[in-house]
Design a protein around this ligand. Sequence first.
Ligand code: TYM
Length: 319
Amino acid sequence: MRILSGIQPSGVLHIGNYFGMMRAAIALQAEGEAFYFVADYHALTSLQNPKAMRENSHRVALDFLACGLDPDRAALFRQSDVPQVTELAWILGTVTPFSRLELAHSYKDKVARGVAASAGLFTYPVLMAADILIYDSDVVPVGKDQKQHIEITRDIATRINETFGEVFKLPEPRIQSSTETVPGLDGQKMSKSYGNTIDIFGEEKETRKRIMSIVTDSTPVEAPKNPDTSSIVQLYSLFATEAEVAAMKKRFVAGGTGYGDFKKQLFSALWDYFAPMRARRAEILAEPSYVDEVLARGAERANAIADRVMSRVRAAVGL
Ligand code: TYM
């Protein structure tokens, strides 16, 4: 089984990335041949600052390693170290209906939030299909927001197969049902572009401050509170055991505890959860060339497969 996923270096990794994709990706590395990449071509649609691009790409790789990606099992690489993927994207674009891309939620959401409606942003799902198909991927662990992109990938692969014969296998998304969408500080989806994130490796003071700023209603301390609509409970359940979550819910219903106390409890659960990963991150930082070496090794493995698949594709379409 081949597993593949990508993450954009458009900012710093947050706990939505971790519970939506990275945790599953790390677990899956033991079950097959895993390929994980830093999606820098994709990030160019929103980040056009070369220094930030280089720094973020390096940092995403570092943070993924610190969270448990094992480079002896999974290949970790930069998307742009396999430039053949842009050639495949061109070929896929020639069979992709314009109308299919017009229906993509992600494009519409990004434009609504003020991202420039470039041709690159519009054809983003085609490049993503190329990312997946160029490695003959079987399984793609992603958060729920990426589900439509995998459906588009399957449609494009099917069109190629119908037009040119069996070229691609159809990949399956693997979506984390328990953590479908991790909410941000304002209760919307946690996202770099909404400025509502809790970062995996944020500074202690800043992380505490951000958690204390989670938006709540104005129910007074003494009054009972609804645990089912609270993002504090939803976030706490990512870090706590079932019994701990049940205990928090009971205190919500009982009244007499303010939101501030629940937020402190959430901070402490989160801070403890990531402690081993912070320690691993410090070890990696002590070896300055480690991340670059991992990325170079990963790129070599990824290129070997991409070259094979591209020869097959070129032959199939007559190039
Ligand atoms: P990106 O960089 O936005 O996010 C990386 C992964 O994190 C998941 N995620 C979340 N999951 C749950 N709750 C949240 N609040 C949350 N925020 C982010 C995303 O679903 C994603 O899995 N287009 C992709 C990158 C990409 C890719 C690919 C992925 C490029 N090519 C090929 C898979 C296969 C993206 O923008 O992810």
